[in-house]
Ligand binder design. Structure first.
Ligand code: CA
Ligand code: CA
Ligand code: CA
Ligand code: CA
Length: 197
């Protein structure tokens, strides 16, 4: 088992063998962020379906030796500190997996499928929220994204990024990564967040 970690100060990835030996370290790379980036968990998935896993951090995709394959040019998947990219096959007609990163959906090569430039960047989860058998992307925005003492949740159509539902909750300063799960077994996922004031 390799262990992939993200280093905090100068962003780079490190992969460790089980015994702690450093297997590889990626070149340093930058996000265009005026913020206090904190170390965040990478995702691992075979985005381009070539049989080898990629490592994903926010909107950056690395091969399994730590070489940067591409970095998206729109949404990052960042709430001001935390980075999150979701590799998911939300569009079966588009080859490979798609990468959901904040207000943007990328294809497996880094091309923008849609970009909601009218929304702030933030943290996403993917699932079927309304029970129509098609995935939605839930985008959570919070104070450190620029909202003021409120959290905003957007449920976006994964096909085109259009807003299906949106909600604002006051007096909550920060939202976590959203989690989706069907709590009451009505075949529609509820949206779960932890927050703080
Ligand atoms: Ca691959
Ligand atoms: Ca696809
Ligand atoms: Ca749906
Ligand atoms: Ca439900």
């Amino acid at each position: 088992m390799d262990i992939v970690a993200h280093s905090e100060q100068n962003a780079f990835l490190m992969a460790f063998e089980r015994n702690g030996t450093l297997k590889w370290q990626s070149a340093q790379f930058a996000y265009p962020l005026p913020i206090n980036l904190i170390a965040s968990p990478p995702a691992i998935a075979d985005i381009n379906q070539d049989g080898k896993p990629e490592v994903i951090l926010g909107n950056a995709v690395f091969d399994n030796t730590g070489k940067l394959l591409w970095q998206g040019t729109a949404g990052i998947g960042n709430d001001g500190e935390y980075l999150l990219g979701n590799p998911v096959d939300v569009l079966p007609s588009v080859p490979g997996l798609e990468l959901s990163a904040g207000n943007t959906l990328y294809d497996a090569l880094g091309n923008i499928i849609w970009y909601r430039s009218d929304l702030l960047d933030g943290l996403t989860a993917v699932g079927d929220v309304d029970g129509d058998s098609l995935p939605e992307i839930v985008l959570a925005l919070s104070k450190i994204n620029g909202a003021t003492n409120e959290i905003r949740i957007y449920v976006l159509d994964a096909q085109n990024g259009n807003t299906k539902y949106s909600y604002i909750y006051q007096s909550v300063a920060r939202a976590s990564v959203p989690a989706l799960g069907d709590l009451d077994k009505d075949c529609r996922a509820e949206i779960l967040l932890s927050g703080n004031r």
